[in-house]
Write a protein that binds this ligand. Structure first.
Ligand code: NI
Length: 137
């Protein structure tokens, strides 16, 4: 368990006012919690530019009727099997599917997998949620 350290922060009054507005909108109970999240956000961003290990989720929306689309998505996922933890397929309606792929691995490889999947013809929307393994943040 980490030790909690208290320290002072000096800020311009208008910047602090904007910060307070922001944290109220985001439902933080206090400045410290909001500040901790900002720091962690920066640390996670830094991890995505390193050669370490990151975690995240890729989401894809596609029409499964498109010829060869499902095959291509499956082939790509087999090629990147070592960094895929799990995947979930949901049938949104008669045509559209939502696929959520949980990933853990090297940031460059994870981004390559996301780009390869998103760029398959027929994928309507794709996102990569860049998160962390929880270590060092
Ligand atoms: Ni489906």
């Amino acid at each position: 368990m980490s030790k909690l350290i208290r320290f002072g922060v000096s800020l311009e009054d208008d910047l602090l006012e904007r910060f307070d507005h922001l944290i109220k909108e985001k439902n933080y109970t206090n400045r410290s919690e909001a500040f901790r999240d900002l720091i962690r956000q920066e640390l996670v961003q830094k991890q995505w530019h390193s050669s370490g290990e990151v975690a995240g989720a890729i989401t894809l929306i596609y029409d499964h009727h498109k010829r060869e689309l499902v095959n291509k998505l499956t082939n790509i996922q087999h090629d990147f099997g070592r960094i895929i933890i799990s995947s979930q397929h949901t049938h949104l309606d008669h045509d559209n599917c939502l696929e959520i792929i949980a990933v853990k691995g090297n940031p460059g490889e994870v981004q390559k997998l996301a780009n390869n999947l998103k760029s398959v013809k027929g994928v309507k929307h794709g996102t990569l949620s860049m998160s962390s393994t929880g270590k060092d943040i």
